[in-house]
Ligand binder design. Structure first.
Ligand code: FES
Length: 142
């Protein structure tokens, strides 16, 4: 079987899909490999991510990895969320086929972009961990 049971579960029943109208940080990123787009909304209180939602115009692996990523950062501190890597998300899903690993990058980068937005809105400097390598930026959405 190409996809693990966990990937199929998160694809068929994605967690935390939607928008947060009162989000404290919103991040949108595009995948330069396929052009797919991911939007992440974070509600942050006292440095803790108390709620998170995502929307994606992306493939099944993008949906599954984002769903898992939202579960992994909900209730965590900003510092913990910044340590989330796409490899850790893929591992939590019992792996992804090699040619779909690029899809998991969307989730990690959307979290970072949302946190960067959170700091920008507060007028605070954006931590270097939030900065996405411009080489990876999507030609569609920058
Ligand atoms: Fe675009 Fe998976 S093919 S995110």
């Amino acid at each position: 079987m190409l996809y693990s049971e966990k990937v199929m579960d998160h694809f068929n029943h994605p967690r935390n899909v939607g928008e947060l109208p009162d989000a404290d940080g919103v991040g949108q990123v595009g995948n330069p490999v396929c052009g797919d787009i991911m939007k992440m909304y974070l509600k942050i209180e006292d440095g803790v991510i108390v709620d998170v939602k995502f929307k994606t115009f992306g493939c099944g692996s993008a949906i599954a990895t984002s769903s898992m990523a939202t579960e992994m950062i909900k209730g965590k501190t900003i510092g913990e969320a910044l340590k989330l890597t796409n490899a850790a998300v893929a591992e939590a899903l019992d792996g992804l086929p090699a040619h779909k690993m690029h899809c998991s990058v969307l989730a990690e980068e959307a979290v970072k972009a949302a946190l960067a937005d959170y700091y920008t809105r507060r007028g605070e400097p954006v931590p270097p961990e939030c900065v996405i390598d411009p080489e990876d930026a999507c030609p569609l959405c920058g």
